[in-house]
Design a protein around this ligand. Structure first.
Ligand SMILES: *[C@@H]1O[C@H](CO)[C@@H](O)[C@H](O)[C@H]1NC(C)=O
Ligand SMILES: *[C@@H]1O[C@H](CO)[C@@H](O)[C@H](O)[C@H]1NC(C)=O
Ligand SMILES: *[C@@H]1O[C@H](CO)[C@@H](O)[C@H](O)[C@H]1NC(C)=O
Ligand SMILES: *[C@@H]1O[C@H](CO)[C@@H](O)[C@H](O)[C@H]1NC(C)=O
Ligand SMILES: *[C@@H]1O[C@H](CO)[C@@H](O)[C@H](O)[C@H]1NC(C)=O
Ligand SMILES: *[C@@H]1O[C@H](CO)[C@@H](O)[C@H](O)[C@H]1NC(C)=O
Ligand SMILES: *[C@@H]1O[C@H](CO)[C@@H](O)[C@H](O)[C@H]1NC(C)=O
Ligand SMILES: *[C@@H]1O[C@H](CO)[C@@H](O)[C@H](O)[C@H]1NC(C)=O
Ligand SMILES: *[C@@H]1O[C@H](CO)[C@@H](O)[C@H](O)[C@H]1NC(C)=O
Ligand SMILES: *[C@@H]1O[C@H](CO)[C@@H](O)[C@H](O)[C@H]1NC(C)=O
Length: 875
């Protein structure tokens, strides 16, 4: 018996060995198919993109024909490449593909893989390309990364990879492309990176925690063609070793903290350079001469540095140059005149320097020219006739220079011309009739010496939105037809205009600037036209009061002139920025500002604009200790968020005292309103949808959006509902705008304590857990149908907030079911409501570390909601 057993055992062992041998060295097509199916099995594929990956031969499709699979024909058909980008895949990346003996290329970019770097793929011994860009990969790069020894292309860009770049990365000797851009890497860049001698592309850009000098060893990478280090934290000098980068075509170092001079590091040795961007650093010194000798420069951008001195003449020889960007520096001397006729030049940006020179008539031969920005320099001469002959020109901005003479009649003949700013020059004569530039959106001729009348042809430029003719010597009437334009700004102040102002130019505009034209008359102006109409009453109370004041002070022209000066000052303290074309008058905003009866500083007002649009306006107290520039930057940071479940910020206005944030208005008011409204009950499925949308929005601002933001004032009044009851989060991250101190006072004035996590009382730092707590309270409101701050009293009649009330009831037997909102309770939704209640309770755990994370909340809610969708929708 025993021997037979042993015998059988050794046979099976032999078989196992045979199989092993077989699988490793001699694949059948069926086995490749099996590995692919195993790879698929661990992947979540919501779009069913991989549904064709199946072994049912009904489709009679060979696996080499499956989505994303490419096979090689040598020695026979084998999978060589798997390319599954942008298919909304998530789940696990399995290493079963490493059994494919000829796999060289694996691209899973632009999916939702949410895991650490899949080190087990280093088992794929033949793998040359690994592209995991644009996923949710997190964690650090471990030293074992060196095990990917065959890799030539490694792309982890746009993930959440953090920590230091390991020294051992330098062991991947075969690497030609290393892209770690847009991650959360930190620390110093190890000099070992200079050992990657085959490197052609190195991208460490957009890693703002990477605070490091540029290792001088990078200069050894003589095959390097692209070095992209922009928007990180690089400081120190550009290493002089960069002269060794003889193959370099694109060098982008912009938006770092680099110092020193550029000449020593980037000289004529960079023969092949096509694009150079060292803008927005602190680099000084003069521009290296001879940088353009190679005539291959395609893209020169040196803006926002502290360069000084003349530009080298040789730049004029750059026949291939497409972009010339030297803005925001200290360049002086003559602008290289040859550039104006470069055949390929598209963009000339030299604004904010001290350059002199003229725009020659030969500019007409720069037929590719699209954009010219040379504001704030010392250019002189006339605006040439040749400019009107360029067919592609869409922007010409040359304000604050010394241009003189008359405008050529063909000035606006470029068919795509959209933006013209030649304000603050010494131009004179009549404004030519502007007939051909039908795409003109913005025209600023302010601060010149134009005479004659406002050309009536302006009224035919139907997309004209911004018209600034202020501070000239224009005479005559304001053309009636200008009323037909949808102007957002109309400034004709300080001219010599006269006669009646067209009605809608006074009342329907955000900013009508008419002052300094003593001859103008009409409502709201010191001279009512002699007919003296009652339209006077239509203007706002404030205006009336001011006018009364002015009249009381004096009736003399001198005095009323002074009054106007005052008004100008008053208005000039207003600043605004719109991210959306709004037609909003100051008077309309004033209405909010004048409202003394407003209950608290953080209320939101709904305003109806004269255009019929509705907007929501949030009034905040301006903390006053930040510059308007900083304030604008802060608001912009928040206004950039685009998410279906987040209210858009349309713009904002501010004075020294106040800030008005302007939000889009949603149809159905706030969740708070809905819960307070008797009768009209939101069905459970709608409430669940609201919960999920809010959770997604919260996760988005705190995880995906950069910078990561916290809401910090989540409550049902801040959940707006659109016409389909899709939730939109509003009022978030106001601390980012007004600062912590002012924000705290906003909070005190407006928030209900029951939304506030307990640790908020002793912890100074706001955390995501606090938002989760508030979200839990919101969930309680949805489940119980009660408003958080106004839950019904306890048995003893004492008032209880929703958290206490729910906690108390749940302690009773069968308590949980009693908590549910009986107005909508039905047998079909009871279990879902109970599950949601559970989630809510885990969110309001007293100990912050016991609370669910927002992502866990989303998962949990999603699983409830997916079970809902299968049920028939009840009316
Ligand atoms: C794929 O993902 C995008 C981005 O999240 C999403 O908008 C889209 O609806 C998804 N498609 C499917 C079918 O899941
Ligand atoms: C892939 O499909 C094409 C036609 O759809 C077919 O001609 C070809 O033989 C298939 N390839 C394999 C390897 O089956
Ligand atoms: C990785 O994939 C993305 C698109 O998904 C692509 O843009 C990028 O160029 C790829 N990386 C490399 C190094 O080829
Ligand atoms: C540059 O350095 C300053 C102070 O050293 C720091 O505040 C700033 O954030 C840095 N800027 C960048 C872009 O790293
Ligand atoms: C035109 O230039 C002036 C001065 O540089 C600037 O203040 C103004 O904002 C510009 N106008 C537009 C519409 O860009
Ligand atoms: C209107 O023009 C006057 C005079 O140039 C100027 O002081 C004022 O700031 C302008 N207003 C706006 C909003 O451009
Ligand atoms: C002023 O505030 C009160 C109280 O919030 C509000 O009812 C009223 O509509 C506001 N008035 C205006 C003109 O906005
Ligand atoms: C503004 O002042 C508050 C205290 O009043 C302070 O917390 C905040 O940091 C200040 N902000 C700036 C930009 O100075
Ligand atoms: C917004 O919320 C709804 C659920 O109410 C959801 O279907 C939708 O996907 C959310 N939008 C985004 C961009 O997540
Ligand atoms: C609920 O019951 C537990 C155990 O009986 C008790 O420790 C807890 O204090 C009760 N909670 C409330 C809110 O009454």
């Amino acid at each position: 018996m025993a021997t037979r057993f042993r015998h059988q055992f050794s046979i099976s062992l032999a078989l196992t060995f045979f199989c092993f041998f077989f699988t490793t060295f001699s694949f059948t097509e069926n086995e490749e198919l099996g590995f692919l199916l195993r790879f698929k099995a661990s992947i979540d594929d919501p779009k069913g993109s991989l549904s064709g990956w199946s072994n049912t031969s009904s489709s009679s499709s060979h696996h080499c024909n499956w989505t994303g699979i490419t096979c090689t024909r040598a020695p026979s058909l084998y999978v060589s490449s798997i390319n599954l980008q942008s298919l909304n895949l998530s789940g696990e990346i399995s290493d079963s593909v490493c059994n494919l003996p000829y796999l060289t290329h694996l691209d899973l970019s632009q999916n939702f893989f949410n895991q650490p770097i899949p080190l087990h793929l280093s088992r794929c011994l033949t793998l040359e390309t690994l592209n995991l860009s644009n996923n949710l990969i997190w964690g650090t790069i471990p030293d074992q990364i060196s095990e990917f020894s065959a890799l030539k292309v490694l792309d982890f860009s746009s993930n959440h990879v953090e920590g230091k770049i390991p020294e051992d990365l330098g062991l991947l000797f075969n690497l030609q492309v290393l892209d770690l851009g847009s991650n959360l890497l930190s620390g110093l860049v190890p000099p070992a990176i200079g050992k990657l001698s085959e490197l052609v592309v190195l991208d460490l850009s957009e890693n703002s925690y990477l605070v490091s000098e540029i290792p001088s060893s990078i200069g050894k990478l003589d095959k390097l063609e692209q070095l992209l280090l922009h928007r990180s934290g690089f400081h120190g000098e550009i290493p002089t070793s960069f002269v060794g980068l003889t193959s370099l075509k694109i060098l982008d170092l912009c938006l770092n903290n680099l110092t020193g001079e550029i000449t020593r590091s980037i000289g004529s040795s960079l023969k092949n350079l096509e694009s150079l961007d060292v803008s927005q650093n602190k680099i000084s010194g003069s521009f290296p001469s001879g940088i353009c000798r190679g005539k291959r420069l395609i893209n020169l951008s040196l803006h926002s540095n502290y360069f000084e001195g003349p530009l080298p003449n040789s730049i004029g020889e750059c026949l291939s140059l497409e972009r010339f960007q030297v803005q925001n520096n200290g360049f002086s001397g003559e602008f290289p005149v040859g550039l104006w006729s470069s055949p390929k030049i598209k963009i000339i940006r030299a604004d904010n320097n001290r350059l002199t020179g003229q725009v020659p008539d030969s500019v007409s031969s720069a037929s590719a020219l699209e954009q010219v920005e040379i504001d704030s320099n010392s250019f002189s001469g006339e605006i040439p006739h040749g400019l009107g002959l360029i067919k592609n020109l869409y922007k010409f901005s040359a304000s604050e220079n010394g241009f003189g003479g008359e405008l050529p009649p063909n000035f606006c003949d470029s068919p795509v011309l959209s933006i013209v700013n030649i304000s603050h020059n010494k131009l004179l004569g009549k404004i030519p009739e502007l007939k051909n530039c039908k795409k003109l959106v913005s025209l600023s001729l302010a601060g010149n010496e134009f005479t004659g009348e406002i050309p009536t042809s302006l009224a035919d430029l139907h997309v004209l939105t911004y018209l600034d003719l202020s501070d000239n010597k224009l005479t005559g009437l304001i053309p009636q037809d200008l009323q037909n334009l949808k102007l957002a700004l109309f400034n004709v102040s300080f001219n010599r205009l006269s006669g009646e102002v067209p009605q809608s130019l006074v009342s329907g505009l955000p900013a009508s600037f008419l002052q300094g034209n003593p001859g103008l008359c009409g409502p709201g102006l010191p001279n009512s036209c002699s007919s003296g109409r009652s339209s006077f009453h239509k203007t706002g109370a404030l205006m009336l009061a001011l006018i009364c004041l002015a009249l009381a002070l004096a009736t003399s022209l001198v005095m009323s002139y002074r009054y106007h000066r005052k008004k100008v000052q008053f208005k000039s303290t207003w600043q605004s920025e719109f991210y959306y074309p709004l037609r909003l008058t100051e008077q309309e905003l004033m209405k909010v500002m004048q409202n003394d009866s407003c209950p608290s500083v953080s209320e939101v007002y709904v305003l109806s604009l004269s255009s019929g649009e509705l907007i929501a306006v949030k009034k905040l107290v301006n903390p006053r200790n930040i510059s308007s520039k900083a304030l604008k930057a802060k608001v912009r940071t928040i206004a950039k968020i685009r998410h279906k479940n987040i209210t858009r910020i349309l713009g904002f206005c501010f004075t020294d005292e106040l800030i008005f944030l302007i939000y889009e208005f949603t149809q159905n008011g706030s969740l708070h309103d809905m819960l307070s409204r008797p009768g009209d009950q939101l069905q459970w499925s709608v409430r669940l949808k609201i919960a999920l949308g809010v959770a997604q929005a919260l996760a988005y601002i705190s995880r995906d959006y950069v910078p990561h933001l916290l809401h910090r004032n989540l409550k049902s009044t801040n959940i707006l509902l659109d016409k389909d009851f899709e939730p939109k989060l509003s009022d978030f991250a106001l601390d980012q705008i007004v600062g912590e101190t002012a924000f705290q006072s906003v909070l005190h004035a407006s928030s209900y304590p029951c939304y506030t996590a307990p640790e908020n009382n002793y912890s100074k730092k706001a955390t995501e857990e606090m938002d989760v707590y508030s979200f839990g309270v919101l969930l309680l409101e949805l489940v119980t149908g009660q408003r958080a701050e106004k839950a019904e009293g306890g048995e003893s009649g004492e008032s209880l907030d929703i958290v206490k009330q729910v906690r108390r009831k749940i302690n009773l037997t069968n308590g949980a079911a009693q908590v549910l909102d009986e107005k909508i309770l039905s047998s079909s939704c009871q279990s879902e409501m109970l599950k949601t209640l559970d989630i809510a309770l885990s969110c309001i755990a007293v100990a912050a570390e016991k609370r669910l994370s927002m992502l866990q909340v989303i998962k949990a809610l999603e699983s409830i909601s997916s079970s809902t969708e299968k049920l028939p929708v009840s009316a």
